[in-house]
Design a protein. Structure first.
Length: 286
């Protein structure tokens, strides 16, 4: 019987527990979380077999999944390096940045422990184990950033997650962090700035009681994301994110210049290009 230990049973960790329960019904799934409500929900619904302390769960596990925020994952890796783990254990994670995590994982690799980084490109502004689901991750990219795992060990991770219907993509840590800074971290950063700008502007003109349009609500949905998780993410991939912010500021300046110069044709072409890009994203997602 394979024993899985998941540390962090919030939205993503609980979704993984659900996926593994379906992929490997006979697996023994152990879990730990600082929020007792997350543990109680998963025990009540028989998604995990047992709540357990970090040290005990880690020592018993054949596979350890670290599903706390990025800085928490790095701290967990440090704790694991001081424990007597099974020699065949596979340690993996779901963190949103990878260079820092894989650097930390050298502590395990130096001791002969296998580390295979992972990151599902899906989530929600909702939190907690009750909001996790298999469907939330279905058909989304799952980055695998293999540190020192064999093909057989990578395939074991894929097999455990097969019921999630994930689209696995293997990349390097550097490439992963460049990609997610563009398609995930920058949009979140911009959304926070947009939401705060609109909120401050409305306060200044005494219009705080107006109903927001769907366009604004749709474009600022991710401003409701978990502050603890996302402050960790944005600072953990800061160099790549700052490059993307510079690129965004340059694009913003070009659009601003078209407005200052009152050039509707130039502005229209920017909008056409944006339309084409956005439609292309939708077509690629089908």
């Amino acid at each position: 019987m394979t024993t899985i230990f998941i540390n962090g049973l919030g939205l993503i960790g609980s979704s993984f527990a659900r996926i593994i329960r379906k992929s490997a019904p006979d697996a023994r799934i152990l879990g730990n979380d600082i929020n007792k409500k997350n543990i109680d929900f998963l025990l009540e619904h028989k998604i995990i077999n047992e709540a357990i302390k970090f040290e005990d769960g880690s020592k018993q596990a054949d596979v350890i999944i670290l599903a706390s925020p990025v800085n928490g994952i790095i701290e967990d890796i440090k704790k694991l390096s001081d424990l007597q783990l099974k020699s065949s254990v596979i340690v993996t994670d779901v963190g949103s940045s990878k260079v820092n995590i894989l650097q930390a994982a050298n502590q395990l690799v130096d001791k002969g422990i296998t580390f295979i980084g992972g990151h599902p490109m899906a989530g929600s502004h909702l939190t907690g184990s009750e909001n996790g689901s298999i469907e939330m991750l279905s058909s989304h990219i799952y980055f695998l950033v293999n540190h020192n795992g064999s093909n057989q060990q990578v395939n074991m991770i894929k097999e455990l997650l097969k019921s999630g219907n994930l689209r696995f993509k293997e990349v390097s840590a550097n490439k992963h962090d460049q990609i997610v800074s563009t398609i995930s971290h920058l949009p979140h950063f911009i959304t926070y700035a947009l939401t705060l700008t609109v909120n401050d502007s409305l306060r200044d003109i005494y219009a705080t009681d107006i109903n927001m349009g769907n366009g604004l609500l749709d474009s600022t949905r991710i401003a409701k994301s978990n502050p603890d998780v996302w402050s960790d993410i944005l600072t953990s991939n800061s160099d790549n994110l700052l490059d993307q912010i510079d690129a965004f500021e340059k694009q913003l300046d070009e659009l601003k210049e078209a407005i200052i110069d009152k050039k509707p044709d130039k502005l229209r072409q920017y909008i056409v290009d944006a339309n084409d890009a956005r439609n292309g994203w939708e077509n690629n997602a089908k």
